[in-house]
Design a protein around this ligand. Structure first.
Ligand SMILES: Nc1nc2c(ncn2[C@@H]2O[C@H](COP(=O)(O)OP(=O)(O)O)[C@@H](O)[C@H]2O)c(=O)[nH]1
Ligand SMILES: [Mg+2]
Length: 392
């Protein structure tokens, strides 16, 4: 599972990335700080099932379970990147690996459309939403357009399946046939008449493909200094928008890393662990405390969780081999946590563990209720499941 952080320069992507992964990247207030995609590991936060038992499993932080996913910090997009402006296509190519995009927006309005600093509130962040959507759509359009006339003739002459050919063209952008098929239906384009499609039709189609293949949520970043109406405007859109302060999260994780505070990502408070703070440090920390109390957290963890659970509709399932002790064969309790699409079955889980186990699946056991589950049984978030198979 890979999530990409996208947005214009200076929105706070690298700060978000560094906070979420605690990796070392350049953070600076000028465009193109991040030249190449940075890849790192971040974590979805969940309640560990071991909270239902009388002892902690050893794979969670006192009942808080962190499940790894990949995060990419995609360098800043500027308008007309799809035509090769800025670092143009490099940025777009980096995004193709992402299953979902967190669009990091400077909700404070303190950067213009190209990411240059302006006064707080001078730029309307709503403009940035359209801009990223349009760049992605036009990027896909430019790929399709390259070969379109030749392909259109070929599809007609050889009677090929249009969704297959289009998906093939856009495979590098992470698009598959299912996306294209649904997009064709959504746009009500006449498949039989594809040689007559106009350029506008192609753009409409790409827009629909983009919506389906690159689900996106908004991080309304710099919420610490943003005018409240900017945040509410972003939250009024028909997309999930989470107010974030990447800067606050970075400060908290750094302080936690150096044992100055105890803080779990996603918490709305922390404990100071040392007496040796300067008055300025104390003041800085208390300012952040006030902020995360007001925001109910810095928003970074909530944003990652929202991308995984609300946008991508995933659940966490815990496979075990001993349904009594919830352990694997080496006695490790709740060793694995799998992210799976909501609606996945016990049989899907078996395949995810190993193709052999999937092929030789007999039944599963719900380790919480000890109920036997058939192959079609739909799994729920937080399920602890033993798979029984005849695989060796
Ligand atoms: N006030 C505030 N500033 C932030 C926040 N996140 C990032 N910044 C600042 O915005 C500037 C650009 O951040 P950076 O992460 O390099 O942006 P990128 O170009 O999108 O990667 C830096 O000066 C950051 O310190 C935030 O949540 N609040
Ligand atoms: Mg950056």
């Amino acid at each position: 599972m890979t999530i990409g952080l996208a947005g214009k320069p200076n929105a706070g992507k690298s700060t978000f990335f560094k906070a979420a992964t605690m990796a070392d990247v350049d953070i600076a207030n000028y465009p193109f700080t991040t030249i190449h995609a940075n890849k790192g590991v971040t974590y979805v936060r969940a309640k560990c099932p071991c909270l239902e038992r009388d002892k902690r499993c050893g794979n969670c932080s006192d009942g808080i379970r962190y499940v790894p996913i990949e995060l990419i910090d995609v360098a800043g997009l500027v308008p007309d990147a799809h035509q090769g402006r800025g670092l143009g296509n490099t940025f777009l190519d980096e995004l193709r690996q992402a299953h979902a995009i967190i669009h990091v927006i400077d909700a404070s309005g303190a950067t213009d459309v190209e990411g240059n600093p302006v006064d707080v509130g001078d730029h309307d962040p709503l403009e940035d939403i359209d801009f990223l959507n349009r760049e992605l759509t036009m990027w896909m359009h430019s790929i399709l357009k390259r070969n379109w006339e030749r392909l259109a003739r070929k599809i007609q002459a050889e009677g090929l399946k249009i969704e297959e050919i289009l998906a093939e063209q856009l495979a590098g952008a992470g698009v598959d046939e299912v996306h294209v098929n649904r997009a064709l239906n959504d746009c009500k384009l006449d498949r039989g008449n594809h040689t007559k499609w106009t350029d506008d039709d192609l753009i409409r189609l790409c827009d629909a493909i983009r919506t389906l293949s690159k689900p996106m949520i908004i991080a309304a970043n710099k919420a610490d200094i943003a005018p409240p109406e900017n945040i509410s405007d972003l939250q009024a859109l028909d997309q999930i928008a989470v107010p974030t302060s990447a800067a606050a999260e970075l400060a908290l994780r750094s302080a936690s890393k150096s044992k100055v505070i105890s803080y779990e990502p996603g918490d709305n408070d922390f404990n100071v662990l040392t007496e040796e703070l300067s008055p300025a440090q104390k003041k800085g920390l208390e300012k952040i405390r006030t902020l995360i109390k007001k925001m109910n957290g810095s928003g970074i963890q909530e944003c990652i969780n929202s991308a995984v659970f609300r946008l991508l509709d995933l659940i966490i399932v815990y496979p075990v081999e001993d349904e009594g002790k919830w352990t694997d064969k080496n006695g490790r309790m709740l060793p694995d946590a799998f992210l799976m699409k909501k609606g996945s079955s016990a049989h899907d889980l078996a395949y995810k563990i190993h193709s052999d186990i999937g092929e030789h699946f007999l039944y599963a056991v719900d380790a919480k209720t000890k109920m036997r589950l058939g192959e079609k049984h739909e799994l729920n978030d937080g399920d602890v499941v033993k798979i029984v198979s005849t695989a060796k």
